[in-house]
Design a binder for this molecule. Structure first.
Ligand SMILES: [Zn+2]
Length: 333
């Protein structure tokens, strides 16, 4: 960090004031790129302490690369005086050191776009280096009323608790249903909705498992690629998945095996790419599977008392028993 700041100082792109070393943002022609604001707009807007805390800076938007320490504060030596690096300096040096110039993707929360990421990038540009090719800023996780989760509001849902209670795929699905730049609402009702949507997808995969040898439907795959190319529009992709499942289910009912296998293959491929592996329920122990087979045999023989007894037994062991005209499917409840 000291080396980087030294380079900027000797290139006259940074300078010393009475409280630190500052980057001269006039050395960064496109400053404001991430904030989507020109420098003039930022100045007339005002109000940001980090940007507008001008004392003897050359320009109000110049920001600290190195802050001199006050007595008793933690500090490290530097050619300009003891102090500590600015937050933006840490990040730009780490990124360029570990990832190199022109790395592909820089992510972060929407609140980091400005000033943090703007100022990281500004330092790289001032150094004459290519920084991130793409920036992606995600929306906040909010509660069901749209309020940002925060400890002080007490509306925080702990991810570890969430994953203990629910299938982790349900939370993943919830995230995928919201575009990453939008706030993600997380609450009981939409987690429940995802749990049951997942059960629907799993049961679709099991119901159509005899048609698992198809090649993915090209139209569906094209729609998938187009949506993902559009700034990772996973909201549209999830709608496409549920649409395709409906189509395949209809095809199943009308005995159109070609459509079932190609649409099923597309759904499995898309969900696999999104990290949502479907469960066919084949992680069930053999003796439980045998009870399901016996249940089907009892139904075929119209021995409904025996079928009911087997169903009760499976349910009391914690399994969900789904019976359709294609047979009985057992999954963990
Ligand atoms: Zn950073």
């Amino acid at each position: 960090m000291v080396d980087m700041i030294n380079t900027l100082v000797s290139d006259d792109k940074a300078y010393t004031t009475d409280d630190g070393v500052y980057l001269s943002i006039s050395s960064v022609p496109d400053y404001g790129l991430l904030a989507h604001q020109s420098l003039d707009d930022m100045l007339s807007g005002g109000g940001d302490r980090e940007v507008f805390g001008a004392s003897n800076k050359r320009h109000p938007s110049d920001f600290a690369l190195w802050k001199f320490s006050k007595p008793g504060e933690p500090s490290w030596p530097s050619p300009w005086g003891d102090g500590r690096p600015g937050w933006h300096s840490e990040c730009v040096v780490m990124s360029l050191d570990l990832l190199g110039e022109g790395f592909d993707l820089h992510c972060g929360g929407a609140d980091l776009r400005f000033p943090h990421h703007e100022n990281e990038r500004a330092q790289a540009v001032a150094l004459g280096k290519t920084f991130a090719n793409h920036w992606m800023h995600n929306g906040f996780v909010v509660d069901i009323e749209g309020e940002k989760m925060s400890k002080s509001l007490g509306n925080v849902l702990n991810l570890i608790d969430l994953l203990e209670k629910y299938d982790p795929r349900a939370y993943r699905m919830l995230l995928l249903q919201t575009h990453y730049r939008s706030p993600t609402r997380v609450g009981q009702e939409n987690i429940d909705a995802c749990v049951s949507a997942l059960a629907g997808l799993d049961s679709f995969a099991a119901r159509t498992s005899a048609h698992s040898n198809g090649t993915p439907d090209l139209t569906v795959m094209d729609q998938f690629t187009t949506a993902m190319d559009n700034d990772l529009d996973t909201t549209t992709v999830m709608a496409l998945v549920f649409d395709s499942v409906r189509r395949a289910n209809t095809a199943m009912d009308t005995g159109d095996a070609t459509t079932v296998s190609s649409v099923r293959a597309a759904v499995v491929e898309i969900l696999g790419a999104l990290g949502l592996e479907l469960s066919l329920g084949d992680d069930i122990d053999a003796d439980i599977v045998a009870k399901g087979v016996a249940l089907d045999a009892a139904r075929t023989a119209k021995d409904f008392a025996a079928a009911d007894a087997l169903r009760d037994e499976l349910q009391s062991l914690g399994y969900v028993v789904e019976t359709s005209k294609d047979g009985t499917r057992i999954r963990r409840g």
